[in-house]
Design a protein around this ligand. Structure first.
Ligand SMILES: NC(=O)c1ccc[n+]([C@@H]2O[C@H](COP(=O)([O-])OP(=O)(O)OC[C@H]3O[C@@H](n4cnc5c(N)ncnc54)[C@H](OP(=O)(O)O)[C@@H]3O)[C@@H](O)[C@H]2O)c1
Length: 301
């Protein structure tokens, strides 16, 4: 990863990390829209707050609503430009697990469908959403995204929920020319993903932390609450700030305007060594994976 805590103080909502292929930059904070019950207004609200990064996926079923949010924002904000925004979407599997697949063709069609639903001419980042369908599928799905990268339909490609072994296996194939720019995985103080974190740092792959707020499940933690009180911030703000100071990107979801603003109000304080040491001790590893109930998380693959 391209950053560490020494570069933290100058962060803003528009701060970015260069993507490893040398093309483009990813904003450190974005809005996630998985299971959003008000996707279009939430996207507009986030973009008006100053977010420039939105994270959607085929499987969320709301690429059209996300695109509508982008369109409404651009039409209501004459100074705003599409090229200043960063939009991520993800390729879903064909068929039902355990028999689901990716193919080169399904990946190309997937990107074309996302472009149409989002109403965009290009997508900034496109990910193979899971490693689940196995080595051949993973390779073919990724090769399809690589084709779309070469065609200029996507600006960067990456993976999600992949363990280091999946990336190593992919990169060993002679047809793979581009290292995944990012790996998007569940990550928060209770599941710190140390193995993936160290691997991504070594390979210069940007790590994106999803479900950063544990979908609200662990925000009552006494340690986090104590740190929040010390800084005059909320538990959610402490968790998001920890992720940024670790050099990762994150994409909290909210449908409430006040929380969309709260989650972006994390650039005026800094966690100190004492705070970081306390948070380091919260790690429970994969045991704390909140996505496992839906078959997600690295243990599942
Ligand atoms: N690649 C993958 O496989 C994958 C998997 C899961 C998620 N993701 C991405 O990551 C994004 C975020 O993850 P997530 O949606 O699972 O969960 P999350 O961001 O950890 O948590 C969202 C939940 O927390 C609540 N919330 C938001 N801000 C809050 C605050 N300041 N204080 C208290 N509660 C707050 C939200 O409720 P309200 O909406 O009512 O505010 C919502 O219920 C997703 O939207 C998606 O884009 C990717």
């Amino acid at each position: 990863m391209a950053s560490n805590s020494t570069s933290i103080p100058s962060f803003t909502l528009h701060s970015t990390i260069p993507l490893p292929s040398g093309k483009g930059q990813i904003p450190r904070l974005g809005l996630g829209v998985c299971a959003s019950a008000a996707c279009t207004p939430s996207c507009v609200s986030a973009l008006k707050t100053g977010y420039i990064h939105l994270d959607t996926a085929q499987i969320y079923g709301n690429e059209r609503e996300t695109g509508e949010g982008i369109r409404q924002y651009l039409s209501q904000t004459p100074s705003a430009k599409r090229q200043d925004l960063f939009i991520c979407s993800k390729l879903w599997e064909t068929g039902t697990p355990p028999n689901s697949t990716f193919s080169r063709e399904s990946a190309i069609k997937g990107v074309e469908s996302s472009l149409q639903l989002l109403g965009l001419e290009y997508i900034d980042l496109y990910l193979v959403h899971t490693p689940r369908p196995g080595p051949e599928s993973r390779l073919n799905g990724y090769l399809g995204l690589q084709d779309m990268l070469k065609a200029g339909k996507v600006k960067a490609i990456g993976v999600s929920n992949w363990a280091p072994r999946h990336i190593e296996e992919l990169m060993a194939h002679p047809e793979v020319e581009v290292l995944p720019a990012v790996n998007q995985v569940e990550c928060h103080p209770w599941n710190q993903q140390k193995e993936i974190y160290e691997y991504c740092k070594k390979k210069d792959i940007v790590m994106i932390a999803y479900s950063p707020l544990t979908q609200g499940k662990r925000l009552g933690d006494e340690v986090i609450k104590g740190i929040a009180e010390k800084h005059g911030k909320s538990a959610a703000q402490v968790v998001l700030r920890w992720i940024l100071q670790r050099g990762m990107v994150t994409i909290p979801k909210s449908d409430r305007e006040s929380r969309i603003r709260e989650n972006a109000d994390i650039f005026d304080f800094e966690l100190d060594e004492e705070d970081l040491a306390k948070i380091a001790k919260l790690d429970e590893g994969q045991k704390a994976n909140i996505g496992k109930s839906i078959g997600f998380g690295l243990e599942a693959f």
